[in-house]
Design a protein around this ligand. Structure first.
Ligand code: FAD
Length: 483
C-alpha cells in the first residue's frame, strides 16, 4: 500500500488519466499544475471495457490489457520518481471520481475529452455525478497532432475527403511544440491501490508465440525507446515511405501505434522528432509521409467527432443500403470463423489473421487486405470485423479502427468508392517471395486449406451489389475503383 502525507493548505485537482498515459505533452496535467493546485493522479480500470462482445470475445482482449497494465505500471513509476503517485481504482469513473474528489477535498476534475460515443457518455455521467457534490469538471483536447483549437474550420464543416482536410491544415496550421514533463508532483494520503492483474480482469495472460518478431511493451518509457531505436538508432525514417507497406519486418514501419493509441506518446512529440530528424539527418518524401499518416490519424478522430454514432451503423456515414450478411444468416458464422482463424485458403489473409491472433498486431497493408476480404469477398457485415479487431488489437483506437473499417468497406468518409483488394495480386506485390506467408503459416507445411470462395466471382458480385446500393442513395455518384 502506498500512503503519503496530504498537503491540506492547497486546493486539490483530480487529474483523470484516460487514453493519455504519459507525463510529457499533457495539457490537462500542465494546466492543473499551473493552477497551483496539488494534483491527485488517478486511472479508473472500467469493468465495462472487459465485458464480452456479442461475438463472445472480450471488448478488451489480453494483448491490449497487458499493454495497458504495463503502461500504468510505468506511469506510476514516473509519478513516484517525481514525488507523486498514481492512484488506481477498479470501477466506473462516474462512481470512483466523486468518491476520490470528496476524499481529497478536490474542487475540480481535469481530463482530456474523448469524442467516441461511449467515452463521451461516460464523461457526461462523470460530470453529472461530480456536479451533485459541487465539483467541477474541466476537459481539454489532448489526442491529436493538430490542436483542436487550431483547426481552421469547425468540426461540423470537416472536409469530406482526407486530401481536402490535409491541404487545409498543412497550409494554415503550425503544430504546437510538446509541453514539458513536470519535474515534481504532490503526494496525498490516499491508498494508491494495487494494479489489477490480467487474471483479475477475467483474461488469460497471453503466451508468447515463437513467430512473434516484436513484443510491444506498454508505457511512456518503452514508447520513447521505440521512437529512439526506430527513428534514430536504426535510422529507418529516411526510407519509411518505401518500406511502410512491408508485411513482415519490424522496422518496415514505426510500430508506434500502440503507444499513440494509449497516449503513452503524444503525436506532437513524434512530430517534433521528425522535424529534428529532418534538420539533423535528411528531409525527404519519407519523412513527410510519417506526418501524413499522423494527419490520417487526426482525420479519423475528426470524422468520429463529426458523425458520432453514425460511424457504427451498418450503412456507415451515408446510410448505404448494402445488404451485408449478418451473423445469424446461414453459413455466416462458419465463414466468419474461417476468417478469424486463418482458414480461408488465401495465404496472405490467413497469415495476417494468425499473426493478429498470436500477437495483437498486423501491418496496415495486411489489415486492409483482411478487411476487404471479409466485406467485399465474403460480404459479411463490416462491423463484425471491426469488433473482432477491437478485441484483439494492441493498438485499438476507436476512431482509427472503425474509421478504417468503414473506409475499406466503402461506407466511411469518402464513401461511394468500391475498394477491393485483390489478395492474390497484393500477395504478389507485397510478399513476392512468400516470406510473410511462410513465416506465419509454417506449421501447415504447404498443406493450405482450399480457397473458400471463387475470389473473382465473389468480387464481381460484390461490385454489382455495391453499385446497386449506391444507386439507391440520393444524388448517387458511384465511383468504382479497384486496387
Ligand atoms: P506507421 O505506418 O508507422 O504509421 C505511423 C502512425 O500513423 C501509426 O502508429 C498510427 O498512429 C498512424 N497511422 C498510420 N496509418 C494509419 C491509418 N490508416 N489510420 C489511422 N492512423 C494511421 N490504427 C490504430 O492506431 N488503431 C486501430 O485500431 C487501427 N485499426 C485499423 C483497422 C483497419 C481495418 C485498418 C485498415 C487500419 C487500422 N489502423 C489502426 C491503421 C494502421 O493499420 C495502423 O495505425 C498501423 O498499421 C500501425 O502500425 P505502425 O505504427 O507501424 O504504422
Amino acid at each position: 500500500m502506498h500512503t503519503i502525507a496530504i498537503t491540506p493548505t492547497r486546493p486539490a485537482i483530480v487529474l483523470w488519466f484516460r487514453h493519455d498515459l504519459r507525463l510529457h505533452d499533457h495539457e490537462a496535467l500542465t494546466v492543473a499544475l499551473q493552477d497551483e493546485a496539488a494534483v491527485v493522479l488517478v486511472y479508473c480500470v472500467d469493468p465495462r471495457h472487459y465485458a464480452a462482445l456479442n461475438l463472445g470475445v472480450p471488448k478488451t482482449g489480453a494483448f491490449r490489457a497487458r499493454f495497458l497494465l504495463e503502461s500504468l505500471a510505468d506511469l506510476r513509476a514516473s509519478c513516484q520518481a517525481r514525488g507523486g503517485d498514481l492512484v488506481v481504482r477498479v470501477g466506473e469513473p462516474e462512481r470512483v471520481l466523486p468518491e476520490l474528489a470528496a476524499t481529497v477535498g478536490a474542487r475540480s476534475v481535469y481530463c482530456h475529452r474523448d469524442a467516441a460515443p461511449e467515452e463521451a457518455s461516460v464523461e457526461r455521467a462523470v460530470a453529472q455525478s461530480l456536479r451533485r457534490i459541487g465539483v467541477a469538471m474541466r476537459t481539454f483536447a489532448g489526442h491529436t497532432l493538430v490542436h483542436a483549437d487550431d483547426l481552421p474550420f469547425a468540426v461540423e464543416a470537416l472536409p469530406d475527403t482526407f486530401s481536402q482536410y490535409r491541404n487545409r491544415v498543412e497550409r494554415r496550421v503550425d503544430i504546437r511544440v510538446p509541453l514539458p514533463t513536470p519535474q515534481s508532483l504532490s503526494l496525498f494520503a490516499v491508498d494508491a491501490g494495487e494494479l489489477p492483474t490480467i487474471g483479475s480482469l477475467g483474461l488469460i495472460e497471453p503466451t508468447s508465440d515463437v513467430r512473434e518478431l516484436f513484443r510491444f511493451r506498454g508505457g511512456e518509457t518503452a514508447g520513447r525507446d521505440r521512437l529512439q531505436v526506430w527513428m534514430w538508432d536504426a535510422d529507418r525514417l529516411r526510407t519509411y515511405k518505401t518500406t511502410r507497406n512491408g508485411l513482415l519486418l519490424t522496422d518496415d514501419s514505426s510500430k508506434l501505434s500502440p503507444w499513440l493509441a494509449h497516449g503513452c506518446l503524444s503525436p506532437r512529440l513524434v512530430y517534433a522528432e521528425v522535424r529534428r530528424y529532418e534538420r539533423e539527418r535528411v528531409r525527404n518524401a519519407d519523412t513527410d509521409w510519417l506526418v501524413f499518416e499522423l494527419l490520417w490519424r487526426d482525420y479519423f478522430r475528426l470524422v468520429l467527432e463529426r458523425w458520432g454514432a453514425r460511424l457504427f451503423a451498418a450503412g456507415g456515414l451515408n446510410g448505404l443500403p448494402y445488404p451485408w450478411r449478418r451473423l445469424g444468416d446461414g453459413g455466416v458464422r462458419d465463414d466468419f470463423d474461417r476468417w478469424t482463424t486463418g482458414q480461408t485458403g488465401f495465404p496472405l489473409v490467413d497469415a495476417a489473421m494468425i499473426e493478429l491472433a498470436a500477437t495483437g498486431y498486423t501491418s496496415n497493408r495486411a489489415r486492409q487486405n483482411v478487411a476487404s476480404f471479409l466485406t467485399r469477398v465474403l460480404g459479411i457485415d463490416w462491423r463484425l470485423g471491426a469488433a473482432w479487431f477491437e478485441s484483439l488489437l494492441v493498438d485499438y483506437d476507436v476512431a482509427s479502427n472503425w474509421g478504417n473499417w468503414a473506409y475499406v468497406s466503402g461506407v466511411g468518409n469518402d464513401a461511394r468508392g468500391f475498394r477491393f483488394f485483390n489478395v492474390l495480386k497484393q500477395a504478389r506485390e507485397y510478399d513476392p517471395n512468400g516470406d510473410f506467408a511462410r513465416h506465419w503459416l509454417s506449421a501447415r507445411d504447404g498443406n493450405d486449406p482450399l480457397p473458400m470462395v471463387d475470389l473473382f466471382a465473389a468480387a464481381d458480385a460484390s461490385a454489382l451489389t455495391y453499385e446497386r446500393a449506391v444507386a439507391k442513395l440520393p444524388a448517387a455518384q458511384g465511383v468504382v475503383t479497384r486496387r
